[in-house]
Design a protein around this ligand. Structure first.
Ligand SMILES: Cc1cc2nc3c(=O)[nH]c(=O)nc-3n(C[C@H](O)[C@H](O)[C@H](O)COP(=O)(O)OP(=O)(O)OC[C@H]3O[C@@H](n4cnc5c(N)ncnc54)[C@H](O)[C@@H]3O)c2cc1C
Length: 452
């Protein structure tokens, strides 16, 4: 049974006849540990109806490109198969999400939808709730603690969220029981695109093809393999080694979490049961930092702009906007990693060619935009653009909060200095003592020469 705090009735309409319960899958692209799916099955069983899962591929999805679509579609093929094994029909469509959902609501008794936190995800759900002829229920599965309980307004630091969520873990950090659908939906005659062949869907979609796909294994099985390997080989050294980009001590689960291919509750539950000395530090990232990022995009209307930064950070950065910069690079030079900083160039090259970057390097990478841009607004814009264009986990609440952190969000003022003002600085020289910079640069060179 899904915890009632995860449910929100977005639209209440008189119950009417309908042939099935429709689950519009959008943020939680998985067939297990998915409270929206389980709630849809629960409702369907109560009314002796089948469940239909609809997924709509949106060709003009904000900031998406061939890299992100290829990863997503590969994972959805597996999700469709797993749903079929549970007797649930998966219908894939291409188009405007609200219009496609509305077409199926004509025959639905209820619509269940999972929860997404970004502006466009919220807007789609609001429009659907206004126009659907039946009740619409939203089920929150992408945060461990439902966000309104975690903190009902914008939180300015991790400490605030930590204090609220930790006491709630015993209630929300637990396995989700799977139910058997009482009525199978596989024989329903509903038009859908075949998701077993992602290549043919990709070939037909009018999308941005300028960013090449990469070979990360996609899907829930791949995510679980990565989680198992992390629990077995890395979690014990997470506390000491997670800040070293050469140690490979973090989970690399963020792309799977971003596409909802694995549940944050499943990950947090398994880590909390591991008894590992690294569990507390990991849970801090997954359930405090990650949920602080969700809080940011949910409550700050300018989460993707310089204006969304705390007032002190905007003021101090603007007061240093005219400081002398070591160099100025335009977006094309930054994109092509043509700066005079070999470490930054290596990080940008890794990000662009592999779709991945270690957290410590993301921090360093993001901070340097200030040193090379005409003003802090341009620095913020370029950093967010490159982050979301190339990273597999880009376009996530963590993307907006992560980039904004480089400009002072969720941080405290530091002693004032040129360019950065009171925002925490990170300079090239200071990195030498932190990790083996030359080894990292050589590794990226080797990786990218191998055909990256
Ligand atoms: C400039 C900058 C840009 C970033 N861009 C993104 C982005 O596009 N997408 C993204 O998901 N994260 C982003 N982050 C946050 C963080 O770097 C990544 O989530 C993390 O590196 C992912 O690696 P991992 O899965 O191995 O993390 P682990 O250390 O294994 O942590 C487990 C999970 O906790 C969450 N997490 C970890 N660190 C953070 C953090 N600092 N803030 C919020 N959540 C966190 C992630 O979901 C992560 O998968 C960014 C941070 C910075 C400083």
């Amino acid at each position: 049974m899904v915890e009632p705090e995860r449910l929100q009735v977005l639209a209440k309409r008189p119950t009417r006849n309908g042939e099935f319960v429709l689950y519009w899958m959008q943020a939680a692209q998985r067939a297990c540990w998915n409270p929206a799916l389980e709630h849809a099955i629960f409702l369907a069983n109560e009314h002796a109806l089948p469940v239909v899962v609809l997924f709509v591929v949106v060709p003009d999805y904000p900031e998406a490109n061939l890299r992100s679509f290829a990863f997503m579609l590969a994972g959805l093929g597996e999700t469709a198969r797993e749903l079929r094994e549970r007797g649930v029909l998966f219908v894939g469509r291409v188009g405007n999400p609200v219009e496609e959902v509305l077409k199926l609501t004509e025959e639905a008794r209820f619509v269940v939808v999972d929860r997404g936190y970004l502006r466009h995800q919220r807007a789609w759900r609001e429009t659907l709730a206004q126009r659907a002829p039946c009740s619409v229920i939203q089920v929150e599965g992408e945060a461990v603690v439902p966000v309104e309980l975690a903190y009902a307004r914008e939180a300015w630091s991790a400490a605030v969220v930590r204090r609220k969520v930790q006491p709630l873990w015993p209630r929300f950090l637990r396995p989700l029981a799977e139910q058997e659908p009482a009525v199978r939906s596989l024989d329903l005659d509903l038009f859908g695109v075949d998701f077993s062949d992602p290549e043919s869907i990709l070939a037909k979609l009018p999308l941005d093809r300028s960013v090449h796909p990469i070979s990360w294994p996609s899907g829930t099985k791949a995510a679980r393999r990565r989680l198992d390997e992390f629990l077995e080989n890395k979690l014990d050294r997470y506390t000491e080694k997670r800040s070293d980009p050469l140690s490979d001590a973090t989970s690399k689960l963020s792309p799977y979490l971003h596409f909802g291919q694995i549940s944050p509750v499943e990950v947090a539950w398994k880590v909390s049961q591991s008894g590992s000395p690294g569990a507390a530090a990991f849970l801090e990232e997954l359930t405090v930092r990650r949920e602080l990022a969700i809080n940011f995009v949910l409550h700050n209307p300018s989460y993707d702009a310089f204006l969304g930064l705390p007032r002190w950070a905007q003021e101090t950065l603007l007061s240093h906007a005219r400081d002398r910069k070591p160099a100025l690079y335009d977006l094309e030079e930054l994109d092509q990693a043509k700066t005079d900083d070999p470490l930054w160039n290596a990080a940008q090259t890794e990000l662009r060619t592999t779709g991945w970057l270690h957290n410590y390097l993301r921090m360093y990478w993001g901070k340097q935009f200030l040193r090379w841009s005409a003003d802090p607004q341009e620095a913020f814009r370029n950093a967010l653009y490159l982050n979301n264009r190339y990273l597999l986990d880009g376009r996530d609440p963590g993307s907006f909060a992560g980039v904004a952190w480089c400009f002072g969000l969720h941080d405290r003022p530091f002693p004032e200095r040129p360019i950065f003002g009171k925002v925490r600085p990170m300079t090239p020289m200071a990195q030498k003592g932190k990790f083996e910079v030359e080894a990292y640069i050589a590794r990226v060179r080797d990786q990218t020469q191998e055909g990256g």
